[in-house]
Ligand binder design. Structure first.
Ligand code: ADP
Ligand code: MG
Length: 240
């Protein structure tokens, strides 16, 4: 479903992605892990063109998204993203946050969009918060709204960039639970995370990035039990 071939990205002289190649199947859950600054966010952001790759190919559902002729907004409709810091619209209620894009971009009627939004709020356990403003929610609740908002566009794949890193410890679990149930529902997911327990339990695959290079691409069992590279072993020693 996603094919990345020799992806390069530099910021000025700084080469951040040094030729990443990977394939991700439909329904697969991939955990991307690695030290800070290794290029994890940049990799994710290239997949929905928040960053423009310098070289290489990214094919999603048969479309080469790096092709100049590709419609960037169409790509983003298909690729949902959840950020560390939620990025909700503060001046809109929870419901309005979720309704906005489906109405604006997908041209759903208000009724259609609302029906879907309420169903998604049930899914993330927040049906009683529809009319609250984000400012009144806890971090865990905000992140679950952000997940519902991304899902409202019915993307083919969901990208998560450290979705629990900004949360107080007691709220991490509720967000991971929502992500786990999403994983079980067959959603294709790529998740940058420092939650090793979650990666081990919920991911089908682990990609270990270091210095802009995909050092390891393995099943969680294989990766956590027998990391091949010294860098991965050192990283895991610090994390576990
Ligand atoms: P990670 O998510 O693994 O911590 P990032 O992808 O955020 O790493 O960053 C990788 C490197 O690229 C870092 O050195 C970072 O400072 C640099 N970088 C990321 N985004 C930009 C940008 N927009 N402009 C310049 N440098 C950037
Ligand atoms: Mg990052």
């Amino acid at each position: 479903m996603i094919k990345v071939k020799d992806l390069h990205k530099s910021f000025g002289k700084l080469e951040v992605l040094k030729g990443i190649s990977a394939s991700i199947r439909e329904g697969e859950v991939v955990a991307v892990i690695g030290p800070s600054g290794s290029g994890k966010s940049t990799f994710l952001r290239c997949l929905n063109l928040l960053e423009q790759p310098c070289a290489g190919e990214i094919n999603i559902n048969g479309t080469d998204i790096t092709d100049k002729k590709t419609n960037i907004s169409k790509v983003r409709e298909n690729v949902g993203m959840v950020f560390q810091h939620f990025h909700l619209f503060p001046h809109m209620t929870v419901l309005q946050n979720i309704l906005y894009a489906p109405q604006k971009v997908k041209r759903l009627t208000k009724e259609e969009a609302e029906e879907k939004a309420y169903a998604l709020l049930v899914k993330v356990g927040l049906s009683d918060k529809a009319d609250d403003y984000p400012g009144r929610l806890s971090g865990g609740q905000k992140q679950r709204v952000a997940i519902a908002r991304a899902l409202a566009m019915e993307p083919a794949v969901m990208l998560f960039d450290e979705p629990t890193s900004a949360l107080d410890p007691e709220m991490v679990k509720e967000v991971l639970e929502v992500m786990k149930s999403l994983a079980h529902s067959g959603m294709t997911m790529i998740i940058v995370t420092h939650e090793m327990g979650f990666a081990r339990e919920a991911a089908d695959r682990v990609m270990f990035l270091d210095g802009g290079i995909l050092m390891e691409d393995a099943s969680p069992n294989e990766f956590f039990a027998h990391p091949k590279s010294k860098r991965a072993r050192e990283f895991l020693e610090k994390m576990l």
